[in-house]
Design a binder for this molecule. Structure first.
Ligand code: SF4
Length: 230
């Protein structure tokens, strides 16, 4: 097992050296460093990152957090990815069902305390799911929101003591759209139905003209991130 201090130094160096590299080169670097001990986390808004990752490592693990609150379209996208792509989808569920959570905390926790709801249904399950790996990859992009403007293509995830890969950090929406078109990548149908970003159904609305892509997430509250990337 590689020492955590070594991994941290590795992430720091690679973050500088791989800036400007193609996403596939970032993922090939991950294979060279970690073999198959890395995974992708996907919200199933689209399958761009799973597609790229499967080119670097056929059969790569793709983690999907099934909060129990997803749109049917998102579950359908997950199932289509699992059925048609050379990846291994791992569906991760929270410790409690929605009904059990309602019993302990009361119904609609998402409307009263979304931070706690996300902690229980997303953050804690992801932490357990990531334990077997040295690194994980996300589809974060700098142009998605101001809070994501300083994301590096490789960085140190101090909270989890592992390397984090953001291979498409520098891509724009146009880059993503071009990759989808060129490669016939699966896309969640909600993205062509007015949603700029896809999260849990109770906490996601369609975006309006001129809003940034994530404006429909937790709209009307001060919450802007679920806690997976902070
Ligand atoms: S996005 Fe909403 S429903 Fe989903 S886990 Fe967070 S608070 Fe709960």
């Amino acid at each position: 097992m590689t020492a955590v201090t070594d991994l941290e130094a590795l992430a720091g160096r690679a973050g500088g050296e791989l800036e400007g590299a193609e996403p596939l080169d970032v993922l090939n670097w991950a294979v060279a460093q970690f073999g198959s001990s890395w995974c992708v986390a996907s919200s199933m808004a689209d399958a761009v990152l799973p597609h790229l990752a499967s080119r670097a490592l056929p059969g790569v693990d793709v983690i999907f957090l099934d909060t129990g609150y997803h749109f049917a379209e998102t579950i359908g996208t997950r199932d289509a990815v699992a059925a048609t792509m050379p990846v291994t989808v791992r569906t991760i569920t929270p410790a409690q069902t929605v009904a059990e959570q309602d019993g302990q905390y009361g119904p609609r926790l998402f409307s009263r305390n979304p931070d706690l709801c996300c902690a229980l249904r997303k953050v804690a399950p992801l932490e357990s799911a990531l334990e077997p790996y040295h690194a994980w990859a996300s589809g974060l992009r700098r142009d998605e929101a101001l809070t994501r403007g300083s994301v590096r293509v490789v960085e140190w995830d101090a909270k989890r003591g592992m390397v984090k890969l953001n291979p498409i950090a520098a891509w724009t929406q146009d880059d993503v759209d071009a990759y989808i078109a060129e490669n016939g990548v699966l896309v969640n149908p909600l993205l062509s139905d007015g949603y700029g970003s896809v999260g849990c159904a109770p906490c996601t609305r369609r975006t309006r003209e001129g809003e940034d892509a994530r404006a429909g997430r937790w709209a009307g509250t001060s919450k802007i991130e679920c806690g997976l990337h902070t």
